[in-house]
Design a protein around this ligand. Structure first.
Ligand code: UD1
Ligand code: M6R
Length: 365
């Protein structure tokens, strides 16, 4: 089943041009978006007071990546809930809310308990899942199957990118009645169309990421700084590194750097800074300058052709990635980090597909 690949995680990373194509298949029509599972509910969703995203782990991170464009395209406020934390707090969920549950397996205990809680509170419950017939798919009022194909590696990779794309299509569908954002929606739809070929392009960084991994094998820790559309990329990249490579790693909001994390910076601690082109680019340039002035050991991810713009005197390592519509850039940017986590794990001699202490679906609380 692994074909020419050594591990399922590696296969699933490299499968992404295809899995993203199947996520979108039949759903981008006549310059618009058609999601069969949502079309009867769009009116209700448009009238809701807020969207609450609920998930765990990678699925939570995918929802976090979707938050900025859901807010932008729908104008509806979005709040984020880690399923267990919503339950711990018994946080408020109202009839006027649209609660969107994101889960690859559709069987995660915390997510399903949060679903029961939201159903009891009368919210419209929407599922985003990879598993047809799962408990999540059956118990939600409506939803979208991401159709990424079966994911076997414990580390979620192709499901993450397909979840983001499914939520991009959801945001486009909800916002499709707004004339003022028509041009923006068209640009995003054309970005979606070009995504599989961009993903094929970024997968060519495999050898470069293996070499980067070999320079990090003995590090104790790795920080990842992102912001805006790519805050989620920082969290998800760090989650991949910790769960498979068994290396301490934290994703952080670059805007919070001066409020604490800056104290950690020295010439030894490796730091990845995500600085691809979007409205936050100049802020990330100044973050890089501040880290370099503290002799930070930097790896900067930037858009193709931007190496000298992010790192003028060549004092950091640069990963150049292809550019897509800014809000879809997280789909591209996570891929070098997935490859990095994969190679780091193999080089450190750990089990890639079945990391220590972890299960593919967490069906107990
Ligand atoms: C559906 C068919 C697909 C077919 C297509 C043709 C299924 C599973 N999908 O896809 O095979 O090619 O029509 O038009 O038969 N749902 C939930 N919660 C979730 C996910 C989905 O309630 O978490 C519901 C949806 O609201 C919908 C149904 O499940 O009623 C199927 O969802 P989805 O597969 O996303 O719908 P289509 O893309 O229309
Ligand atoms: O099946 P789910 O998407 O609900 O799973 C949620 C998390 O358990 C899962 O994403 C976990 O964080 C992964 N192992 C991450 O790679």
């Amino acid at each position: 089943k692994k074909g020419s690949y050594d591990h399922f995680m590696q296969k699933e990373i490299h499968e992404q041009p295809h899995s993203l194509t199947t996520t979108m298949r039949g759903r981008l029509k006549d310059g618009g978006v058609l999601l069969g599972g949502l079309k009867e509910h769009l009116k209700t969703i448009r009238r809701c007071r807020r969207v609450v995203f609920i998930g765990c782990g990678t699925s939570y991170n995918a929802a976090l990546a979707a938050r900025p464009f859901v807010e932008e395209l729908t104008g509806i406020p979005v709040t984020m809930e880690v399923a267990s934390d919503l339950l711990d707090r018994q946080g408020p969920i109202y009839r006027e809310d649209t609660a969107v549950f994101v889960s690859q397996s559709g069987e995660t205990a915390d997510t399903l308990l949060a679903l029961d809680y939201a159903l009891e509170n009368g919210a419209l419950c929407v599922g985003i899942t990879n598993t047809v017939g799962s408990t999540l798919s059956r118990k939600t009022h409506c939803g979208v199957h991401i159709n990424a194909g079966c994911e076997i590696g414990v580390a979620s990779t192709k499901a993450y990118t397909s979840q983001i794309v499914a939520m991009a299509m959801m945001a486009l569908a909800i916002g499709s009645d707004q004339i003022s954002t028509q041009a923006r929606r068209n640009a995003i739809i054309s970005g979606l169309t070009s995504l599989p070929s961009c993903v094929s392009g970024v997968l060519k960084l495999d050898a470069e990421m293996k070499e980067l991994a070999s320079s990090l094998i003995d590090s104790e820790s790795l920080l990842v700084f992102g912001r805006g559309y790519n805050y989620a990329t920082a969290l998800e990249g760090a989650l991949k590194v910790k769960e498979v490579a068994l290396m301490h790693s934290e994703g952080m909001l670059a805007g919070e750097m001066k409020h604490g994390p800056l104290a950690l910076v020295d010439e030894n601690l490796p730091i990845i800074v995500i600085a691809t082109r979007d409205a936050c680019f100049s802020k990330q340039q100044s973050v890089i300058q501040q880290l370099l002035s503290r002799k930070g050991r930097l790896v900067v991810m930037c858009s193709k052709g931007d190496a000298s713009a992010v790192c003028p005197n060549g004092s950091c390592r640069v990963i150049e990635v292809p550019g897509v519509a800014d809000c879809l850039q997280p789909v591209i940017n996570i891929i070098p980090l997935q490859l990095l986590a994969y190679h780091l794990t193999v080089l450190r001699g750990f089990d890639v597909d079945q990391p220590r202490n972890l299960a593919k679906s967490v069906t107990t609380q």
